[in-house]
Design a protein around this ligand. Sequence first.
Ligand code: AMP
Ligand code: MG
Length: 423
Amino acid sequence: MPTPRERQQGPFFMTRSPAPLLPLDDALSQLLAGAHPLGENEQVSAFDADGRVLAIDVVSPLRVPPQDNSSMDGYAVRCFDVPVAATELAVGQRIPAGYSANALQPSCAARIFTGAPIPAGADAVVMQEDCELLGAGQLVRVKRVPFAGQWIRRAGEDVALGATVLAAGTRLGPAALGMAASVGLASLTVARRPRVALFSTGDELVMPGEVAPQQMPPGAIYNSNRFFLRAMLIRLGCVVSDMGIVSDRRDATIAALRAAAAAHDMVLTSGGVSVGEEDHIKPAVMSLGTLDLWQIAIKPGKPFAYGRIGAAHFVGLPGNPVSSFVTFALLVRPFLLRLQGATEVAVARSPMRADFSWPKADRRREFLRVQRNAGGGLDLFSHQSSGVLTSAVWADGLVDNPAGAVISPGQQVAYVAFADLLA
Ligand code: AMP
Ligand code: MG
């Protein structure tokens, strides 16, 4: 008897694959449900905290700005003293940023600069363009009648005392680091970095730098997955142990997995995750721990495995470079962020106009490599095969195309930017 999901997936279940294909959203929810935060935090300098996930709320111990200050170079005045345009006032003091101010005397103005404190008694700043200095500079003529509060930044208008300026679970970026500094923090409490062991499987793989292009043995290809997976892991704040290439042998695969799992939060592999005789990942993980081999209903990227070996998470990505790239971005990235306690792991889809046609819909949800064009629409890379890494280099994002959907030029599609997916 087919399960309800299998029945719903009818065609896949009946004709396409012996195992039902798991919808991407289900795979992601299952993954995230098991992504319990690492739970260990560390204190890092705010200089080194870019990209890290904040573990504790940042609460402001002061107001920002700490006092009323001028947002213009000009003259601080009391509006009462300037009832009409062209009123002349004595310039009683000069207040640069970083200096304290004396109280404003009646019928006086204070020369003031951007960021300098407003003197007690003043209730407006007149910008210098609306003033004229007279004589030797002891008098100023105010050419325009000010209104109360003009060009004054109020104490606490950015941050109130006791306000939570950054919430735990925030992934820190440049603006957040600036905010933490503005309330006086030189260091921040963040989740520790996940330790990830990475290896590539495949007897056909050779390393650039070790074998020259002219000396490539027949059947050999360069290991490209290792480079982009490592780069993406590092961007996500992980400490990467790069274990290189593991050959397509059961014993070698088991030994590599066992060693990797003992000392890491996650073991990430590419290749060998299908069900051919040369694919040893599945039986190797099963002999050491538990495995859910998922055939995910997306293209590219159908083969994907998740499991556990001891305390370590195991993720097996497909070998085809574009499949590896896309499944990492869609599934592993949110998983690794959640391990660090990040609250926001979803990536926005924006509606954009397709300037291409996609007449043959697939039964799987597809992620097409596209590029924004100067006309505000999207162009499609000509070759969408999962082995063609050129498509991912050319593209600046993916179209998330529902299963069975054809695309005609001019139609709205859901675009996901690499800038978000790979950040
Ligand atoms: P597999 O999943 O091991 O069956 O590999 C699928 C395809 O991806 C094969 O054509 C492999 O040669 C290729 N492939 C596997 N691993 C890599 C890698 N690290 N770099 C580049 N291509 C790979
Ligand atoms: Mg292989």
